[in-house]
Design a binder for this molecule. Structure first.
Ligand code: DI6
Ligand code: FE
Length: 414
């Protein structure tokens, strides 16, 4: 895997300006694209490229499948250490909840994250980001939630901002201070309440003032924070005008999705135990359902998210890696496309929309990402594949031929 040290700086990569021909769209039709000044200027049939673009260089795609740049809309990419030993514990029979209650789980990553310097966190997250980017990711969400103190949450979010600049990728940061109870609050009579007060009163306003927070998330679960605590965080976010999202109904039905919908949440994520009432509320509020097959797979979960009911209700479904060291050490969004189809029975067009248009919407980025949008910076992927079905079919290969990210040829070449 190339490291961040061996890759050219984002700004040094070749411009993608030109007329891109011999491409096939996801509908199987021949298509051409025009990029000028790093912006996608035109999309259409190859024989209809407007004459005004005739002088631009031509790039022959050799019949490659072209898709919009992928969007990974739910990751916990910045953290210290890793948890392979816990994986082994779970293989030996311990459940995720048992590991968490035994002092492992999220809190052990909190310890390692607090101990790591900002530069060390940047380097380890950079290497993981390189792997995701190699799969055609052009926009990514990165959550905090392994610092759980003002200084350590700031450290994570600053790293996320640095990653955007260093790799030339769109990053949306999400403050997930309410991810787990920090150890220093655990013994107190009202530890959880005190910590949520600190999240709402001190941490969120300070990090927001520093421009580090694009959205706010909570882990609403029996082993994390209650519905009332979740609402308290949502109120604080709303007071500052920051959009919310929620880790909802992953291990049990807490009614989190309906609450999130009342706050106009961008997305509800995981949702294995989502109820029909939750689905109806999400439909009404236009909230995206983010499906995370990597966590479902790693936890060897058997409780499927209610895909049929989401589909019937017309709730947009996104698909993401949920990259995190505990429940989804996944570093390929293309693999998640395969798993969303195989494990969750999404159709190929649904899974593709799940990592493009719907994922962009889960981040509030639908005006700029997740589709071939004329007038926006060019973000698209050429694949060494003959059809969209193949993108979901193969697993374990890296079928990217070339990625144009922010108007530059960022991965591969023609
Ligand atoms: N749900 C998850 O799947 C991750 N966080 C969350 O809220 C797990 C994070 C971890 O185990 O480190
Ligand atoms: Fe998560």
């Amino acid at each position: 895997m190339p490291t961040s040290a061996t890759r050219p700086a984002a700004a040094a990569r070749p411009s993608a300006d030109g007329v891109w021909t011999s491409l096939r769209g996801v509908d199987g039709q021949a298509v051409a694209l025009v990029v000028q000044g790093g912006v996608l200027r035109w999309v259409g049939a190859p024989d209809a490229v407007p004459a005004q673009h005739a002088a631009l260089p031509r790039h022959d795609g050799g019949g490659a499948l072209v898709t919009p740049g992928l969007v990974d809309c739910h990751t916990h990419l910045v953290y210290g250490g890793q948890r392979a030993s816990e994986f082994a514990m779970r293989l030996a029979g311990a459940s995720y909840e048992e590991v968490a209650r035994a002092g492992g789980g999220i809190v052990s990553t909190v310890r390692a994250t607090r101990e790591a310097s900002e530069d060390a966190l940047f380097d380890s997250a950079s290497a993981r980001l390189v792997s995701l980017l190699a799969d055609g990711v052009c926009a990514i969400e990165i959550k905090s939630g392994y610092g759980l103190s003002l200084a350590d949450e700031r450290k994570q979010l600053r790293v996320a901002r640095r990653l955007a600049a260093a790799h030339g990728v769109t990053v949306r940061t999400t403050f997930l201070g309410a991810h787990a109870l920090p150890p220093e609050y655990a013994g107190r009579p009202n530890g959880s309440g005190d910590y949520i007060d600190a999240v709402c009163r001190d941490m969120l306003p300070a990090l927001h003032a520093e421009g580090l927070v694009d959205a706010v998330d909570v882990f609403c679960e029996r082993i994390a924070f209650s519905l009332a605590e979740t609402e308290q965080v949502f109120q604080a976010a709303q007071g500052l005008g920051i959009p919310v999202k929620l880790h909802a109904e992953q291990l049990s039905d807490m009614g989190g999705a309906a609450l999130a919908a009342r706050y106009g949440a961008l997305s509800c994520d995981h949702i294995e135990h989502l109820s029909q009432a939750g689905i109806d509320a999400m439909k009404q509020s236009g909230t995206v359902a983010v499906l995370l097959p990597g966590a479902y797979y790693t936890l060897r979960d058997t409780h499927l998210p209610p895909i049929e009911a989401l589909r019937a209700a017309g709730v947009p479904m996104a698909v993401s890696t949920d990259h995190n060291p505990g429940t989804s050490p996944a570093l390929s969004l293309v693999l998640m496309v395969n798993m969303a189809c195989t494990l969750f029975r999404l159709t190929v067009p649904e899974a593709l929309a799940g990592v493009t248009t719907h994922a962009a919407r889960a981040l509030g980025l639908q005006a700029t990402h997740g589709a071939l949008i004329v007038g926006q910076p060019a973000n698209f992927v050429l694949w060494r594949l003959g059809s969209a079905d193949e993108l979901a079919y193969w697993f374990g290969q890296r079928p990217v031929k070339c990625v144009v990210r922010q108007g530059r040829v960022a991965e591969g070449a023609l």
